[in-house]
Design a protein around this ligand. Structure first.
Ligand code: URP
Ligand code: ZN
Ligand code: ZN
Length: 519
C-alpha cells in the first residue's frame, strides 16, 4: 500500500500554529467524485488557507497532521469547481432606477446556487470617466461581496481620454474585457466606426471585446412602430426587436472584430438566428465566443404575452427572450457541441414597482431578469438531465471555459492543487421547486417560478470555508476579493500569427505611374 504524505504546506504550518488555528485553516472533503471539465475521479480533497493543497485519489493511504481536521462528507456528490457567472449587473443604476439585487444579496444568492465567482459590469454614462466609474463599482462591491468577483468595463463613448483610461484599467486595475453596446440608442450605443476603434484598442492591450449585439437603430424604429399601433404592453418588446435585429448586429460585430483581427465575445445570445451566425463564423475560422444565459436556456419569450401585466413585464430583458419555444434546446445543443461557450445570467433584477415604470409604455420597463441563483440548477436540469451534457460538460460551461476566456484559469474553474478552494458539492439527485417565495434574491418575481429542478448545490465552499450547507447560509459580507485579470489570455493565442499571415496576403502592385492618353 502506498503511503502518501500530505504536502509541505500542511507540514510547514503545523510547526508554526496552534491546533485551533489549524482547524480554522484546514478542511478535508471526503469520498466525493471530483469532476473537472476533462475527467472525473474519486478522491479526497484537502483545503488549507483558501487553497486546494492536496488531492488524494481513491485508494491513497494518506496521513493527516491531526485527527481533528474538519471533514465534509461528499459521498454520492460531485466535487466541482464553484460556478462562474461571467455576466451580472448587481445594483446597476439603469433606465431610471437601480437593480434590487445588490452585491451582498446577489452573492448570497449565487452561493446558495453553487456559484462562487461573478464578473459584473462597470457601465459608465456617456462622457463619464471610465476610471471614476470603475472606482465607484469597486466601492459598491468591495464592501458587500460574499465571494470573489471581477469587473468588465463598458465603453459607452469614444475619445482619446477613453483610450488612455482603457490602458490604465488594463495595466493598473486588472480589467481584461470591455463591453460595447450596439443597442440603447441615445444612451450606451456606439457606432460601427467607434466599435472599430474600440476593438483596435482592445487588440493593442490584449483584452477581450464583448458585444451586446442588437441593431439599436432598428430597435428604436421598431419601438416607435409598436407604440404607434397602440401596442404598449410587454408583448411589444420582442416584436419591436425580433431575432433578425440580433442576428444582423451579431454578424456586424463579428465582421468588425475580424477586420481588426481581435477576438470577440457575444454576451447574452438569445436567439437561434444569432447563435447560427456565431456557428457559421466559427466554421469560417473567426475567433468568436458566445454566451447564452440561464433565462434563455430555461424559459422562452411567450411569457411576455401573458394576460397578467406583472407576469409579462417580469420577462422583459434585452435582447428579448424569444417566443420560439425550441430556442432553449438549440442553445443547449450548441453548448454541448462547443459552438457556444459559457453560461452567464445577465442577472439584472427589478421589482414590480420598478417594472411598473413602463405600465403604459413597454419601452420604459427596466430591462432585466434573474438567474444568478438558479443558473447552475437550470443548466444541470435542462442540460445533464436531458442527456445533452455530460457532468464534465456541465463544469466546462458553468466555470472552466469562463475562467479560460477571462484569464483566471486554473486559479478558478478547476479542482487542482494550487487552485482557489471555491468548491461545490453537487447533489445530482436533490430536487426543489424554484419560487420567489423561497429564493435568496431581493427581487419579488422569479422567471423560473414553479419549475421543478433536479441537481442542486448541497454545500458551497468559498475560500476554503463552508458558507452554504443543507439550505443554510453562513456567508460573510465583504469577505470576497476583487480578482485582477491579466491581459493576453489564451483567447489571444495565435492572433499575432494570424496578423502576420494575413498581412503577407496584402500586396502592392508595382506599376508605372498613370499616364493620361495623348491628344
Ligand atoms: O436587459 C438587460 N440585458 N439588462 C441589463 C443590461 C444589458 O444589456 O446587459
Ligand atoms: Zn447587454
Ligand atoms: Zn447584461
Amino acid at each position: 500500500v502506498s503511503l502518501v504524505f500530505i504536502s509541505h504546506f500542511v507540514v510547514k504550518i503545523i510547526g508554526e500554529m496552534c491546533n485551533e488555528c489549524l482547524y480554522l485553516l484546514l478542511l478535508l472533503i471526503k469520498n466525493g467524485l471530483v469532476t473537472n471539465e476533462d475527467r472525473q475521479f474519486k478522491a479526497d480533497v484537502l483545503v488549507q488557507d483558501g487553497k486546494v493543497v492536496d488531492i488524494f485519489p481513491e485508494g491513497s493511504n494518506y496521513k493527516l497532521p491531526s485527527n481533528d481536521i474538519p471533514v465534509v462528507d461528499a459521498t454520492d456528490k460531485l466535487v466541482i469547481p464553484g460556478g462562474i457567472d461571467p455576466h451580472t449587473h448587481l445594483q446597476l443604476p439603469f433606465m431610471g432606477t437601480v437593480a434590487v439585487d445588490d452585491f451582498d444579496i446577489g452573492t448570497q444568492a449565487s452561493i446558495s446556487g453553487g456559484t462562487t465567482f461573478i464578473i459584473d459590469f462597470v457601465i459608465p454614462a456617456k462622457g463619464q470617466s471610465l476610471l471614476e466609474a470603475y472606482h465607484q463599482w469597486r466601492k459598491w462591491a468591495d464592501e458587500k461581496v460574499n465571494h470573489d468577483y471581477s469587473l468588465h468595463v463598458a465603453v459607452t463613448w469614444w475619445s482619446e481620454q477613453v483610450a488612455k483610461e482603457m490602458e490604465i484599467l488594463v495595466k493598473d486595475y486588472g480589467v481584461n474585457s470591455f463591453k460595447v453596446f450596439m443597442a440603447y440608442k441615445n444612451s450606451f450605443m456606439v457606432t460601427d466606426e467607434e466599435m472599430y476603434h474600440i476593438f483596435q484598442k482592445c487588440k493593442e492591450l490584449g483584452v477581450l471585446a464583448q458585444v451586446h449585439a442588437e441593431n439599436g437603430d432598428l430597435v428604436h424604429e421598431g419601438q416607435k412602430k409598436m407604440l404607434k399601433m397602440g401596442i404598449t404592453g410587454p408583448e411589444g418588446h420582442e416584436m419591436a426587436r425580433p431575432e433578425e435585429c440580433e442576428a444582423e448586429a451579431t454578424l456586424r460585430a463579428i465582421t468588425i472584430a475580424n477586420r481588426v483581427n481581435t477576438p470577440v465575445y457575444i454576451v447574452h445570445v438569445m436567439s437561434k438566428s444569432a447563435a447560427h451566425v456565431i456557428v457559421n463564423a466559427r466554421k469560417e475560422g473567426k475567433r468568436v465566443f458566445g454566451e447564452p444565459i440561464a433565462a434563455g436556456l430555461g424559459v422562452d419569450g411567450s411569457h411576455m404575452f401573458n394576460c397578467d401585466w406583472r407576469h409579462a413585464a417580469a420577462f422583459v430583458m434585452g435582447p428579448p427572450l424569444r417566443p420560439d419555444p425550441t430556442t432553449k434546446d438549440v442553445l443547449m445543443d450548441l453548448l454541448a457541441s462547443g459552438d457556444l461557450h459559457c453560461v452567464g445570467t445577465d442577472n439584472c433584477t427589478f421589482c414590480e414597482g420598478q417594472k411598473a415604470m413602463g405600465k403604459d409604455d413597454f419601452t420604459k420597463i427596466p430591462n432585466g431578469v434573474n438567474g444568478i441563483e438558479d443558473r447552475m440548477a437550470i443548466v444541470w436540469d435542462k442540460g445533464v438531465n436531458s442527456g445533452k451534457l455530460t457532468a464534465c460538460d456541465f463544469v466546462r460551461v458553468t466555470s472552466s471555459t469562463a475562467a479560460k476566456i477571462f484569464n483566471v484559469y486554473p486559479r478558478k474553474g478547476r479542482i487542482e492543487i494550487g487552485a482557489d478552494a471555491d468548491i461545490v458539492l453537487w447533489d445530482p439527485k436533490a430536487t426543489k421547486t424554484i419560487s420567489a417565495k423561497t429564493h435568496h434574491q431581493a427581487v419579488d418575481f422569479n422567471i423560473f417560478e414553479g419549475m421543478k429542478v433536479t441537481g442542486l448545490a448541497q454545500t458551497t465552499i468559498v475560500a476554503g470555508k463552508v458558507v452554504w450547507n443543507n439550505d443554510k447560509l453562513s456567508t460573510v459580507k465583504g469577505s470576497g476579493k476583487f480578482v485582477p485579470r491579466p491581459p493576453f489570455g489564451m483567447v489571444f493565442d495565435g492572433i499575432d500569427t494570424r496578423d502576420k499571415v494575413r498581412n503577407e496576403l496584402l500586396r502592392k502592385v508595382e506599376r508605372a505611374p498613370y499616364q493620361p492618353p495623348k491628344n
